[in-house]
Structures are given as structure tokens and as C-alpha cells.
Design a protein around this ligand. Sequence first.
Ligand SMILES: Cc1cc2nc3c(=O)[nH]c(=O)nc-3n(C[C@H](O)[C@H](O)[C@H](O)COP(=O)(O)OP(=O)(O)OC[C@H]3O[C@@H](n4cnc5c(N)ncnc54)[C@H](O)[C@@H]3O)c2cc1C
Length: 379
Amino acid sequence: MTYNLTEDQETLRKTIGRFANEKVSPLAEEIEHSGDYPDELIGMMNELGIMGLPYEEKYGGGGADLLTMSIAMEELAKVCANTAMVPITQELGAMPIVVMGNEEQKEKYLSKIATGEYRIAFALTEPDAGSDVASMKSTAVRDGDNYILNGAKRFISYADVADVFSFFAKTDISQGNNGISSFIVERNTPGITIGKKENKMGFKGFSSCEVFFDNVVVPKANLLGEEGDGFKIAMETLDKTRPLVAICGVGLAQGALDYAIDYSKTRTQFGKPISRFQGLQWMMADMAMQIEASRQLVYKAATVVDRNETKSSMLGAMSKCFATDVAMKVTTDALQIVGGSGYMKEYPTERYFRQAKLLQIVEGTNQIQRVVIAGQLLK
Ligand SMILES: Cc1cc2nc3c(=O)[nH]c(=O)nc-3n(C[C@H](O)[C@H](O)[C@H](O)COP(=O)(O)OP(=O)(O)OC[C@H]3O[C@@H](n4cnc5c(N)ncnc54)[C@H](O)[C@@H]3O)c2cc1C
């Protein structure tokens, strides 16, 4: 399948690319090191419709499909992956409502998420339940028309700025996957505490926090689907959002390669620009090939998700695993091309390299992606 992007998609790519280069790029280094993401840029992304891009128009969103969203996110990730992570993580948090919310829930929450009024975080991971989601210990106990939630979550992106959480807990602790349920929980509900903000290796532009739920009372109306649907909701969410982590890897890798190419033309050793050395030229050719292969796989995965085809789980996992492994390899090679300077914090190659590492871990490690792919192959 070839991907001929529509005129609208090309226009969007150019618009987001211009915004990324003019407004985001000058702040990328500061965002990475300061540990905070500027509200001002989020305001601009809201105005440009980037935050609302993937949500249905009836909720005030842009109605973009996953392929279009991917095209837009690559442009942001090329210059500042922290910025791409703002709408990507927002979509991760919102996706449980998109896939399983009833009309009332969608109207109430998606309309505020699409317009940027609400930030939402996805609260699945726990200290003892990372890859093994079914071993989660958080509980949800029915009490009349309410549920009482208890538990501890960790590594939750943007938890400290979230207005709402997609929260997962066991309604039946005797069950594994089938005992998990999913809830929409408003941040201002009594009993929620934000714990430690992690000191990360990279991607400091977004926060990762512990969140504690201590006898948090939510109305039954905030249960997504039925009791026991939580695992299915989480997996369907990840199937639909993994291509976005993948495209973030493509953007990072492309940004790193572009930088390395420019640098190689200006750095002189042995009396000529280092770009003239065939050893580096072949590295660059390999990097470009791997990036293009990643991009095409992400486009394919996004298209399969957009068409609701049965292979979306496998292709989502393939795209995430392949593109983020490529991002790690390409950013390592880009740093190598820039030499000793590439290792210094003044040079973006150091940032790209640290950021690529995280993409191999989040939304399921790349080992887990291989588990998903093999599971589908052997079904
Ligand atoms: C910065 C950051 C942001 C995050 N944001 C969020 C968020 O917003 N919301 C959220 O819910 N979670 C979030 N996470 C959690 C993330 O999804 C988990 O870290 C990830 O799923 C891995 O879980 P773990 O860290 O507990 O590792 P573990 O599951 O303990 O894995 C440790 C190692 O064992 C390997 N392993 C485990 N099981 C298998 C297996 N069956 N076969 C082969 N190898 C295996 C893993 O691949 C890994 O190498 C975030 C994590 C980070 C670091």
C-alpha cells in the first residue's frame, strides 16, 4: 500500500511544521531541562487546534483520523518530543472514554478535553503491576450508586496537572484480567493525592508522578462500560495509541539525522568536511532507510486502526516496537556523527538520544510488543 497523503494532510503537515520550527524549536532545550512545560505553548496548541485534533467534531475537536494525527505529531517530535507528548498523552488518557464511553460520558468529558479545558491522565501502572497489568492491586468496591476506589499508581504522565484520570482498578480481586474495571475520576474528588514527581533521565518536559487513591468515591455513572471491561478498554486504548508513540520515535530519529547531516557538512577533519567520509555516508544512508521504513509502518498501522481492521493490535505493536528501536539506533548514530560535541548538553543529539530510550519502555516495553505480535502470530 502506498501512502498518498491528501492535500489537507500536506497542508496540516506544513502548518504544524512551521509552528514547530518557529515557536517550539527555540524552547526545546529549555523545556527538556527545566522540568516544566510552558502553558503558553499549550495555549498556542489549543488555538491551532492541535490539542483537539483527534476528537470528533461534535465534541469540538478536529475530527482527524490516526493517520492525520500521526503526520502532525511527527512534525512536533522532530524538533521537540516533549511537545509531541502533550497531545499524545492527552489522547492516551482520553482513549478509554473514546472507545467505551457512553454518549453522556463523552459529551461531559470529551467536549472539555477536545477544547483544552481539561487535561486527562491515564492511570494504569502500579508499583507491582507494570507489564503484568492483571496483577494490579487497586480496588473498586460498589457502594449503592457509587464505587469506592483505593490504590497506588506510579509513573503517571501529567498526573500533577490533570483535571481527570482514566483509572483502572479491580472490581473482582479473585479474577485476573477479567476483574479489572475502568473509571473516569475527577481530580478534585476528595482522597486523591499526587505523590513523588520522578526525576527522569530525559523527557523532563512532562511530569511522571505517583498518585494515591484513598477511599475516593465516584458515581456509578463514571464506570466505563460494564464491570470487568477494564482490561479490554486498556488494551484497545493501547492498540490505538501505540502508533503515536511510534511516530514520536520517527520524528525524533528524523530530527537527529537532519542535525547530524548539517553538522557533518560544516565539521572539517583531515582537511575536508566529515560528510565526505564514506564511513559516515553509509551510516546516514542506513539511518534514512530505517526512518522511512518506520514511517511507512506507522502509516500502515494508523490506517489499519482508522479502518477498524482486526490486525490493529499486531500492527500497533509492530509499529511501536520497530519505530522506537529504530529511534534508539538512529539517535545513537547521530550522536556518534557529531562526535564528542554530540555528547554535550549544548547539542540536541544528547537530548534525542536520552528521549529515544523512553519510547522503548512506555505504553508497553518493546519486549511486551513482541509478546503481543507473537501472540497474534500463534493464535
Ligand atoms: C516516563 C514514564 C512515563 C509513563 N507514563 C505512564 C502513564 O501515563 N500511565 C501509565 O499507566 N503508565 C505509565 N508508564 C508506565 C510504563 O507503561 C511501564 O513502565 C511499562 O509498561 C513497563 O512496566 P515496568 O516499568 O513496571 O517494568 P516491568 O514490567 O517490571 O519490566 C521490567 C523488564 O522485564 C521485561 N518483561 C516483563 N515482562 C516480560 C515478558 N513477559 N517477556 C519478556 N520480558 C518481560 C520488560 O520488558 C522490562 O525489560 C510510564 C513509564 C515511564 C518510565
